[in-house]
Ligand binder design. Structure first.
Ligand code: BG6
Length: 483
């Protein structure tokens, strides 16, 4: 359904996130008729340029996308008319009076997307308030990671909280907008089949892998200060873990779900200087191969040596009645052999096999694949057809989204941006979730600093340091990467 015209202001309007994710997502929503003419999308940056210059830049970024869709060219022409450019500097007042006046001419939903460094969030909030740009229909969107640790996150959240109510603050974690991630909630609570089994009695362990083949690309200045633990684990991987492990919420109400996720974060087994060496492996890629070509190591890309990790594998546990004793293995890294993100839930073995000496049984697995192709697979033991006796084989029962539902696969940002405009915070992080996540992450960093050792090297194009394999094999289990 079409949304009433709104104003969306993107600070960092010509940055990487805006051009690669936000504007393409908005374009698709326009093309589908959800965003209507009369909506204003304002790109803000510090350099001097005209609306026309900005539109030309966005046209270049979007043309290849528009070209692949029926009616895309005409839609792009219409979409570009919604775009405006505004020169503003968060550090001074130039241009703000005029900007504020043009924004306030009409009363409508107004969204400020802060696609800038988190150090600027506080200043942005102050300016928006000072120029009277915040009313009840105003919302602000901030990207992860919120800060670099619990203390800096508190400062940011305090600054935002001084001028916005919590319900106006949308802390985005785009993994929550991914189809398979939402489908996890649908599968768990829309079927009677899984929930009774969803507990320590029946589940052996859970693996969550987010593997990328890319390196740090042009983002080294940001990435080197973040590292994989802050860039991926603190937010995306922990959010996935929460959705796997949370208790059934009482409704789809945003707070009902977020309350349950929060309990999971608070129940995570702490990792600190006492056990980090056993429970966490961090790595950094050396030169090797990715996507079929030779690639340099992280330090070479950066131009200097660094202790920042580009890979993390860890083992944790949710200390609750439901999950006691069930390991959750998490891993993520850059320059791994494949772009694959999946959640693998491995069930326990049958209590007694009547097939002994005939066929070995493999445990049931439920594999939720987030990317590249979205699918849900349930691995079952089946009889191999034919007269040759009762031989069994582990076979996949597959639900591929592309085959089942067809159509264009929409990006997470499309859903999330429209949720912001509608004012639906369900798929966004509440302040206390961010705090709880940092509270669990900070001691891991502190343990690394205290130990003073460097991340373990791994060759680009491999599954991380061998210690990551040892981490899970010590427990008699293996990483699933072929499911
Ligand atoms: C971002 C991280 O949040 O997620 C990036 O900052 C990472 O480092 C990206 O590459 C991965 O997102 P996706 O949707 O491509 O899996």
């Amino acid at each position: 359904t079409p949304l009433p015209p709104f104003d969306l202001v993107i600070f960092g309007g010509s940055g990487d996130l805006a051009l690669r994710k936000l504007l393409p997502a908005l374009f698709h929503r326009y093309h589908d008729g959800q965003i209507v003419d009369g909506t204003r999308i304002v790109g803000v940056a510090r350099d001097v340029r005209s609306d026309e210059d900005y539109r030309a830049q966005v046209r270049t970024a979007l043309a290849p996308i528009a070209a692949t869709e029926g009616g895309g060219e005409a839609a792009l022409a219409g979409f570009l008319k919604l775009l405006h450019y505004q020169r503003l500097d968060l550090g001074n007042d130039a241009g703000w009076a005029e900007f504020s006046e043009s924004m306030r001419r009409e009363r409508r939903v107004r969204v400020f997307y802060l696609a800038v460094a988190p150090q600027l969030f506080a200043q942005a909030a102050q300016q928006l308030d000072a120029w009277k740009l915040i009313d009840a229909d105003t919302r602000v969107v901030v990207e992860k990671p919120i800060g670099t640790d619990g203390t800096s996150a508190d400062a940011i959240n305090d600054a935002l909280g001084r001028v916005f109510a919590e319900r106006q603050i949308f802390r985005i974690d785009h993994y929550l907008g991914k189809e398979t991630v939402q489908n996890l909630t649908a599968l768990r609570f829309g079927n009677a089949l899984f929930e009774p089994l969803w507990r320590a009695e029946h589940i052996d362990h859970v693996q969550i892998t987010v593997a990328e083949t890319i390196g740090v690309e042009g983002r080294a200045p940001y990435y080197d200060r973040a590292g994989a633990l802050r860039d991926m684990v603190q937010n995306h991987l922990l959010q996935l873990l929460c959705l796997v492990a949370m208790e059934p919420p009482t409704s789809l109400d945003a707070d009902a779900i977020r309350d349950e996720k929060l309990k999971v974060l608070r129940a995570l087994r702490p990792i600190d200087a006492g056990n980090a060496a056993q429970l966490v492996v961090r790595g950094q890629y050396r030169n090797g191969a990715a996507d079929g070509r030779a690639v340099p190591g992280y330090a070479e890309e950066l131009g200097r040596a660094s202790n920042t990790e580009t890979f993390v594998a860890l083992k944790t546990e949710v200390r609750s009645w439901r999950w006691a004793g069930v390991p959750f293995y998490l891993r993520t890294g850059k320059r791994l052999p494949a772009r694959v993100s999946e959640i693998v839930v491995t069930f326990r073995e049958v209590p007694h096999s009547i097939f002994e000496g005939v066929s070995a049984l493999a445990p049931n697995r439920l594999v939720l694949r987030l990317q590249p192709d979205e699918s849900v697979t349930l691995w079952l033991m089946n009889k191999v057809p034919g007269p040759g006796g009762l031989r069994l084989r582990h076979v996949p029962m597959d639900l591929s989204f592309a085959e089942t539902f067809g159509g264009r696969h929409s990006d997470a940002y499309e859903r999330l941006l429209m949720d912001v405009v509608r004012g639906n915070p369900m798929l966004f992080m509440r302040r206390d979730e961010v705090e709880a996540a940092w509270k669990w992450i900070d001691p891991i960093r502190a343990a690394w600093e205290a130990a003073g050792d460097a991340p373990k090297p791994y060759t680009a194009g491999t599954w991380g340091p061998s210690a990551a394999v040892a981490l899970i094999e010590r427990d008699g289990r293996t990483w699933q990467e072929d499911a």
